[in-house]
Design a binder for this molecule. Structure first.
Ligand code: CO
Length: 217
């Protein structure tokens, strides 16, 4: 059997399984979504958001990209963020990286990867900010692990620097921003960063809102 057909067969089995537990599962799902969490994760196939957090369909609003980045000119991520915050009013935005992240590893090196260079460049900028700390770690794998943690914390900062988050903090008192790292070796998630809605933001990134201003990014 062509391997892709396995996915469609598994889907049929999954539907039957769900209906056995709850006959109106899909009817209820189709009505609306009210997730409390937005998830920004790595595209890595080994880090399935719902599975590692034990969440069900309807609980996570998900955006994934290479190395779970929050890039302030990325309209894709920003659109997901704006919808999550302003329409769905999620209570938590979680950036979840993972140890052994290939994107982070390549950003530490010098190989030309074409278009991906542009994306990984943002991680190189994080590396440069923390160069002294990182290069004090002699073991390259340990340095890689540390950059994964620092990168997640920096992406949480990047979220807090958007006017989407700052306006919501002012008007709604939320969401909280979280930075997590998933360990492929153990399956456990490590909590590495938290920014509650009253967190301090560097002055240069702080917006003052005029109430007549329309919603933008
Ligand atoms: Co990754």
């Amino acid at each position: 059997m062509d391997p892709y057909k396995k996915l469609l067969l598994a889907n049929e089995a999954w539907v039957q399984e769900r209906l056995k537990i709850r006959h109106d599962f899909f009817a209820r799902q189709a009505q609306q979504q009210a997730p409390a969490f937005m998830w920004i994760g790595c595209s890595d196939s080994r880090v399935p958001a719902e599975e590692i957090t034990g969440t069900e369909p309807g609980e996570l609003f998900v955006h994934r990209n290479i190395a779970n980045m929050v890039v302030h000119t990325d309209f894709n991520m920003l659109s997901v963020l704006q919808y999550a915050v302003e329409v769905l009013k999620v209570k938590h935005v979680i950036v979840c990286g993972h140890y052994r992240c290939g994107g982070v590893r390549h950003a530490m090196g010098n190989r030309d990867l074409g278009l991906i260079n542009k994306w990984l460049r943002h991680i190189k900028d994080v590396y440069r900010l923390y160069q002294r700390e990182l290069e004090s770690i002699a073991d390259l794998d340990a340095r890689w692990d540390r950059l994964v943690e620092i990168n997640v914390a920096e992406q949480v900062q990047n979220l807090a620097q958007t006017s989407i988050i700052q306006r919501s903090w002012r008007n709604e008192g939320g969401p909280s921003l979280h930075g997590w790292v998933y360990d492929l070796n153990s399956g456990y998630i490590k909590d590495v960063a938290l920014m509650p809605p009253d967190a301090k933001i560097d002055d240069i990134y702080r917006f003052e809102f005029d109430d007549t201003t329309s919603v933008d990014t």
